[in-house]
Design a protein. Structure first.
Length: 300
């Protein structure tokens, strides 16, 4: 009997010890490129090839940049002074659906929507605004008093203090200091992404093996996006978004098509032939009446 009690006591102690060991954090992505200094809270500097886990808080310094590719082929590019936390990531690869949520507390970042953003919910929360992406790309700048999201491609929703707007026109922004939304063309919003044109591109879906998320791809011509479309291997873009803002400022209308060419002039009228034929001359000479319709001569 005493031996049984000791055994049970040992088992109970082992179970308590195992329960005290925290489960390993779920790895949801990989740092594919970094420059200057990008750090992970509690783990020091992050290098290219390091795994990124759920709950990781990443920070870059004043010259730091980094690219993260996630399991659903979405990606996040950290700009200067970025402070980004992977707050939620649930992905079903069979249904290509799920939820991804980032918390951005400071700095500049560019978010590329992946499979989740096409069917599920993809959002970025800042101290002042909540931004949602639908298969799109957005630049996000967070300052001490204001947050701004600028649509690069696709569709972006903006929410603050119960106000919700949808932006579909690339180059338009929504900003908030927590007291409402301001929507209009990008510019003068308190921050710009480092080299936003050459730094553009699709982080995970456009090119083989996520070329745009590599060190070489960060400045590759094939990863540039000037009109909001996703890049192609030929260096152009595909599917540049267009449209306006639902409930906000209107987008630029498409140009009017050129007028059709004028119709050709009608042909000149044909002059009837009034010269009598030999048959008509003989008919009249013999005292008959010539019928031009029937081509015959009638004698009365």
């Amino acid at each position: 009997m005493p031996r049984t009690i000791v055994t049970l006591a040992l088992l109970t102690a082992a179970q308590i010890a195992l329960a005290a060991v925290p489960a390993a954090a779920q790895t949801v992505g990989t740092m594919t490129a970094e420059r200057a200094t990008v750090t992970k809270q509690g783990a020091g500097r992050v290098r290219a090839g390091d795994g990124i886990a759920l709950g990781d808080r990443l920070r870059s310094n004043a010259t730091g940049q980094g690219m993260i590719v996630f399991d659903d082929e979405s990606s996040a590019r950290l700009g200067p002074n970025a402070d980004l936390t992977i707050d939620a990531f649930v992905y079903d690869p069979q249904r290509r659906n799920g939820t991804v949520r980032f918390i951005q507390r400071d700095g500049v970042a560019r978010i590329f929507g992946g499979q989740i953003s096409k069917r599920g919910r993809s959002e970025v929360r800042t101290p002042h605004i909540v931004l949602g992406l639908r298969g799109g790309i957005a630049d996000i700048v967070v300052g001490a008093t204001t947050s701004t999201g600028t649509l690069v491609g696709g569709v972006m929703t903006c929410e603050s203090e119960g106000i919700r707007r949808t932006i579909t026109n690339p180059g338009f922004s929504c900003s908030s200091d927590g007291s409402g939304l301001r929507i209009g063309p990008a510019g003068g919003t308190g921050g710009t992404f480092v080299d936003p044109v050459t730094g553009g591109g699709d982080g995970g879906t456009g090119l083989p093996r996520a070329h745009c998320a590599t060190e070489a791809g960060m400045n590759s011509a094939a990863c540039r996006s000037r009109d909001g479309g996703l890049p192609t291997p030929n260096g152009g873009t595909q599917g540049g978004a267009s449209g306006g803002i639902a409930g906000g400022s209107p987008g630029s209308p498409p140009p009017e098509p050129p007028p059709p060419p004028p119709p050709p002039p009608p042909p000149p009228p044909q002059t009837p032939n009034t010269t009598p034929t030999a048959a008509e001359t003989n008919c009249v000479a013999q005292g008959g009446v010539w019928n031009p319709t029937l081509g015959s001569c009638t004698f009365v």
